[in-house]
Design a protein around this ligand. Structure first.
Ligand SMILES: Cc1ncc(COP(=O)(O)O)c(C=O)c1O
Length: 406
C-alpha cells in the first residue's frame, strides 16, 4: 500500500466508523477557532491597510499581501528580523514545501534528504514532481534522544559517495510529526555547519513550534543561521485554523544571483494565496500586537492538560499491557507509543470496528525503515480530556485482545 492509499485507508476507516474516538488526525481542536469573528478580522485589516484593501477581491501579488504583518509577527514570536521581500505567503506549509523543492532540486542526480519517520506530505511532493528522495532512519541516527550529527554527517557522505548531490535536508525540528521529537539547540547549530560544509540548504518546516507546554521554546534554525542556508516554513493551520490554508515561507537571507525567486514559482503554481484568508490573519495580527503569544498561552494550557491526561491514561491502562511511551513529549500534538506487537492495517481497522478507537501506525510515516512497525502515533490535540481517557480505555481493550492472539 503506498502512502496515498494509506491516507485513503485512514479516511475510509474514520468515515466508516464515525463513532470511533480518533487519535489519528493532526488537527487543532475546532473549539479554539470556531467562534472567531472572521469578517471582523477582514474589516480590521481593511481599515488598517486602505491601500491594500481593494486588492482583497482581485488577483493579488504572488509573494503575498500581509508580508509586513508577517515580518512583525516573526520579529515578535520567532525572534528574527527578515526583509518583507524574503517572505512568500503560501497555501499552508504543504505548498511551501512544493515551492522550495521546485526551486532547489532540478536535476536527476539531486535529492532531498529526510529522516524517517517524517511528515509524509514531503514524499508526496517529491513523487508529484518526480524528484529524488533519500531517507535516513532516525533509529540509526538518534543518540540520547537527539540527532547525532556525527552519524548524520557519515550518512551524508555515503549519499554523496554514490554521486548524488544533496540539495535540501528536510527538518521538522520542534515537536515533530510523528514522533514529537525536539532537536536540541546545539544540534541545530551543527546542522547549519553541515549545510555549509556539504552545500545543501535546510528546509525547516515548523508548524508545531508554538505548542510548547513545558520549558522554553528553542530558537528556530533560521533564527540561529547566520550563513543563509535555511528556508523557514510556518503555518497558521495549527495555531489558528487549517481551513484558511495560510502559511508562509522565508527564504535564506543571502541574495540569489539572478536566480528565480520563490514568488516566481508561486505565481506559476497558484498565482497568489487567497487574499481574503490572508486578510483574516493580517487582521488578527493587527488586533493582537502582531503576536500569537497571548493566544498560544491560553490554548496551550488546554493542549498541555490533554497531553498530561493522555500520558496518565497510557501509564495507568496501557503500561501494564507492555505498552511503552516513546520519549514523553513536552509540546506539539503527538505522543508516540511502542506496542508489544506490530500495528498493521488489519489491527487498525479492527480497533476502529470492534473497539471504537483509531490510531496512526508510525510505519505510515516511513518509506524504507522497518524499525517502526510496533509504534503508533496518538494525536491528543483534537479530543478533550474525558474523550482521551475513554479512547485510551478502548485502546487498552483492543491491545489486550491483540496480545492474546499474537
Ligand atoms: C510537519 C508538517 N508539515 C506541514 C504540514 C502541512 O500543513 P499546512 O496545513 O500548513 O499545509 C503538516 C500537516 O499536518 C505537518 O504536520
Amino acid at each position: 500500500m503506498n502512502q496515498t492509499n494509506v491516507m485513503q485507508f485512514l479516511n475510509e476507516v474514520s468515515a466508516k466508523y464515525p463513532q470511533a474516538i480518533s487519535f489519528a488526525a493532526g488537527q487543532p481542536s475546532p473549539e479554539f477557532y470556531q467562534n472567531e469573528s472572521w469578517a471582523n478580522f477582514i474589516k480590521v485589516y481593511e481599515d488598517a491597510s486602505p491601500l491594500s484593501s481593494s486588492l482583497l477581491y482581485r488577483y493579488a501579488s504572488s509573494s503575498g499581501l500581509i508580508n509586513h504583518e508577517i515580518a512583525q509577527f516573526l520579529r515578535n514570536d520567532e525572534g528574527f528580523s527578515v526583509a518583507e521581500q524574503n517572505i512568500t505567503l503560501t497555501n499552508g506549509s504543504q505548498e511551501a514545501i512544493n515551492l522550495v523543492v521546485m526551486k532547489e532540486v532540478r536535476n536527476d542526480n539531486e535529492c532531498v534528504v529526510a529522516i524517517e519517520p517524517f511528515y509524509i506530505g514531503v514524499k508526496e511532493v517529491l513523487e508529484g514532481q518526480q524528484k529524488r528522495l533519500v531517507t535516513l532512519d532516525f533509529a540509526k541516527l538518534c543518540q540520547g534522544g537527539d540527532l547525532s550529527c556525527e552519524a548524520f554527517e557519515q550518512a551524508l557522505q555515503e549519499i554523496q559517495s554514490q554521486g548524488i548531490s544533496i540539495k535540501l535536508v528536510y527538518i521538522n525540528p520542534d515537536f515533530n510529526n510523528p514522533l514529537g521529537f525536539c532537536m536540541s539547540e546545539s544540534t541545530r547549530q551543527s546542522l547549519i555547519k553541515l549545510a555549509v560544509k556539504y552545500h545543501f540548504k535546510i528546509l525547516e518546516d515548523n508548524p508545531y513550534s508554538h505548542f510548547c507546554y513545558q520549558g522554553k521554546r528553542l530558537p528556530s534554525i533560521y533564527a540561529l543561521d547566520n550563513q543563509g542556508v535555511t528556508y523557514h516554513l510556518g503555518s497558521f493551520s495549527k495555531i489558528f485554523c487549517p481551513g484558511l490554508r495560510v502559511g508562509y515561507l522565508v527564504e535564506p537571507a543571502t541574495k540569489d544571483h539572478g536566480e528565480r525567486r520563490i514568488s516566481d514559482y508561486k505565481s506559476a503554481t497558484s498565482i497568489n494565496t487567497c487574499a481574503l484568508a490572508q486578510a483574516v490573519i493580517g487582521g488578527f495580527l493587527i488586533q493582537n500586537d502582531y503576536s500569537f503569544k497571548a493566544r498560544m498561552a491560553e490554548i496551550n494550557q488546554h493542549y498541555g492538560a490533554r497531553k498530561v491526561a493522555l500520558v496518565e491514561a497510557v501509564k495507568q491502562s496501557l503500561s501494564p499491557l507492555g505498552v511503552k511511551l516513546y520519549e514523553e513529549v513536552s509540546g506539539g500534538f503527538f505522543q508516540t507509543l511502542e506496542l508489544p506487537f506490530e500495528a498493521d492495517f488489519e489491527w487498525v481497522e479492527k480497533s476502529a470496528a470492534q473497539y471504537g478507537v483509531i490510531v496512526m501506525p508510525v510505519s505510515f510515516f516511513c518509506v524504507n525503515s522497518t524499525k517502526w512497525k510496533r509504534f503508533v502515533r496518538l494525536s491528543f490535540s483534537y479530543a478533550d480530556e474525558t474523550t482521551i481517557k475513554e479512547g485510551i480505555s478502548r485502546l487498552a481493550k483492543s491491545i489486550e485482545s491483540q496480545c492474546s492472539i499474537v
